[in-house]
Write a protein that binds this ligand. Structure first.
Ligand SMILES: *[C@@H]1O[C@H](CO)[C@@H](O)[C@H](O)[C@H]1NC(C)=O
Ligand SMILES: *[C@@H]1O[C@H](CO)[C@@H](O)[C@H](O)[C@H]1NC(C)=O
Ligand SMILES: *[C@@H]1O[C@H](CO)[C@@H](O)[C@H](O)[C@H]1NC(C)=O
Ligand SMILES: *[C@@H]1O[C@H](CO)[C@@H](O)[C@H](O)[C@H]1NC(C)=O
Ligand SMILES: *[C@@H]1O[C@H](CO)[C@@H](O)[C@H](O)[C@H]1NC(C)=O
Ligand SMILES: *[C@@H]1O[C@H](CO)[C@@H](O)[C@H](O)[C@H]1NC(C)=O
Length: 435
């Protein structure tokens, strides 16, 4: 058990990293990003609704608002690869594909802004984007200015067709060009994902200073296998990576799959819980007009989004792996005399039939605040009143986790010693059960 307590301590000491100072992404950015669901569908004749086009993004902007996602916090609408014309214009400028974006990027940005949303755009630091469209290489300053003219709020800069060894310089330089435009733009970098792939040592301190978020690992695919591969990799690297996360600078495990084809209802809850503990950006990538109500409830769960957006911005870690149950914890506000409140996710990695019972004391989870904690089950139905439980460090938490599912709890520190002694006596050695 000592091992996992050490991991918690590392996360709690995650202070002192100097982040990018553009005033943006002080909490993990939330929004919608086209890639996972729509990839590079460009054949609008055969797939008129799904092709990467202004129509797709205008519809998504409408739905972000009308379906309640914008109010829940999902503010960024981000265009990914395949928006560009195959060549730059005669005067060397970037241009959108004229058939799929007949009104141009500025008009799309205006539309997105008119909905009260923020507009994001994809580019690539190399010669070409990953799908083979013109990249920014050689025209970095001009393109950064172009983004500002178009009133872009968020730039996702990929790394295909570029020199991986030169990325530290190149990404920093592009960030400076963005800065010099005077328009604050969230800067999403991909350089660690490429360097990680080549087994290089990565300068995360430099990254946190120059990027608001960065993709550490390969692209997510629409499956539970992909979710677990990414979360295992994050767990493996957590003692190194977590310290670089904080307000304005985040590790990015890639998009949420929720509402798509690949995850079951319970696997969707698991991804939402793990991503929230990781202080990850929450970027949906789904057909917003076609998300079943129960999946929408996961995405719009207010209690969970509150944890995702916790002002301390501490990235949580996987603190324990036992009997097929992964336990993830994230310190959050409120804090009392150095004792944090916590979000704790019990994620089942099992695939056998019955729910797995698991029990552990708060103390063994690293929760040692003498005055105790209140506990909320974060997936309690929002329509019923959430039951608040009370527990002390010695209290045993019992959960039953269904295969590939999650029990996600919030422990809030109690600030002043409660008066009634019987509350304490009652909680001592008690067991609270969550399913
Ligand atoms: C979303 O789903 C609806 C209902 O299945 C379908 O009619 C529509 O074409 C889809 N839109 C996109 C953009 O995938
Ligand atoms: C793009 O430019 C290349 C080389 O300059 C040229 O060969 C090609 O025909 C152009 N493609 C389009 C679609 O204009
Ligand atoms: C540019 O960088 C400076 C120094 O870090 C910062 O104070 C300023 O807010 C940045 N401006 C923009 C537009 O990003
Ligand atoms: C946590 O709170 C307790 C009081 O419940 C206090 O005695 C202890 O010093 C606090 N821990 C830290 C690390 O400050
Ligand atoms: C929730 O609690 C409020 C106030 O205590 C009460 O009026 C209401 O009936 C409760 N709702 C449900 C669904 O239990
Ligand atoms: C709690 O458990 C301990 C050890 O099993 C026991 O000594 C103690 O009396 C118990 N306290 C209460 C209030 O039940």
């Amino acid at each position: 058990m000592l091992n996992f307590l050490i991991a918690v301590t590392v996360a709690e000491l995650a202070v002192g990293v100097t982040g990018l100072d553009n005033g943006l992404a002080l909490t993990p950015p939330m929004g919608w990003l086209a890639w996972q669901r729509y990839r590079c569908i460009t054949d609008c004749e055969t797939y008129p609704d799904e092709c990467v086009s202004e129509k797709l993004f205008m519809k998504a902007a409408d739905l972000l608002v009308s379906e309640g996602y914008a109010d829940a916090g999902y503010k960024y609408l981000i265009v990914d690869d395949c928006w560009l014309a195959k060549n730059r214009s005669a005067d060397g400028k970037l241009e959108a594909d004229k058939t799929r974006f007949p009104s141009g990027i500025k008009a799309l940005a205006d539309y997105v802004h008119s909905k009260g949303l923020k507009f994001g755009l994809y580019q690539d630091w190399g010669e070409k984007t990953c799908a083979g469209y013109p990249g920014v290489r050689g025209k970095e300053e001009m393109d950064a200015k172009q983004f500002a003219e178009w009133e872009v709020d968020y730039v996702k800069l990929d790394g295909c067709y570029s020199n991986v060894r030169d990325m530290d310089r190149g990404y920093v330089e592009f960030g400076q060009h963005l800065n010099q435009t005077g328009r604050p733009m969230v800067y999403s970098c991909s350089w660690p994902a490429y360097q990680e792939d080549k087994g290089m040592r990565i300068n995360y301190a430099l990254m946190a200073k120059h990027c608001n978020l960065w993709r550490n690992y390969g692209d997510i695919d629409d499956s539970w296998t992909s979710v677990t591969a990414i979360s295992d990799y994050f767990a493996m690297k957590q003692e190194f990576w977590a310290q670089y996360a904080g307000p304005g600078h985040w590790n990015d495990p890639d998009m949420l799959l929720i509402g798509n084809f690949g995850l079951s209802f319970d696997q969707s809850k698991s991804q939402m819980a793990i991503w929230t503990v990781l202080a990850a950006p929450l970027m949906m990538s789904n057909n917003l007009s076609n998300v079943c109500p129960e999946f929408k409830e996961i995405l719009q769960n207010k209690e969970i989004i509150k944890i995702s957006q916790d002002a301390l911005g501490i990235q949580g870690t996987r603190v324990f792996k036992d009997k097929g149950i992964d336990i993830w914890t994230r310190p959050v506000e409120p804090v009392h005399h150095g004792n944090y409140s916590y979000a704790v996710a019990f994620v089942s990695r099992r695939e056998d039939g019955a729910p797995t019972p698991y029990k552990i004391t708060l103390e063994d989870l690293g929760l040692k605040h003498h005055f105790g904690y209140t506990i909320k089950n974060l997936f309690d139905k929002p329509t019923s009143n959430i039951t608040i439980h009370f527990a002390l460090p010695k209290t045993v938490v019992r959960v039953r986790v269904i295969p590939s599912g999650v029990v996600f709890l919030r422990f809030d520190v109690i600030a002043t010693k409660l008066r009634e002694d019987d509350i304490y006596n009652g909680a001592l050695n008690k067991t609270v059960t969550f399913i």
